[in-house]
Design a protein. Structure first.
Length: 125
């Protein structure tokens, strides 16, 4: 899959994620979903999220050795950075800082992955 095809498919999967997640969150906020139906409804955004994960995996398998090396290093840096920040904030919660939702971890990891990819790629130029 070319970079353009990957971008197009990832864009569609991301839009699907947003189009599923926003109504799910709104329906929970408004109390439209409760009881036993709540669990399957809140898990609906995982369907497009799984599609996004599959696309990333497929794109990684198509990369050449240098691209794989760059992504491997970037993912390692994002993993370590996320672990350190999670541990740090966990200790800060013990000192009274507010608890953060678990989705914050993904936001941190995704951001660190993007930044690390740029930095690692630059080091190979």
């Amino acid at each position: 899959m070319s970079g353009k095809a990957y971008g197009r498919k990832m864009g569609l999967a991301s839009m699907a994620y947003a189009l599923v997640t926003l109504p799910v969150l709104a329906s929970i906020d408004r109390g439209w979903v409760a009881g036993p139906a709540l669990v399957p409804v809140v898990l609906l955004p995982m369907l497009p999220a799984l599609a996004m994960a599959w696309l990333v995996w497929q794109q990684f398998r198509r990369m050449d050795e240098l691209q794989r090396r760059i992504q491997g290093e970037a993912i390692m840096l994002a993993f370590v950075g996320t672990a350190l920040l999670s541990l740090t904030y966990g200790f800060l919660e013990s000192a009274g800082l507010p608890r953060l939702p678990m989705v914050t971890v993904w936001a941190v990891m995704g951001t660190l992955w993007l930044v690390a990819t740029r930095l690692v790629a630059r080091s190979y130029r």
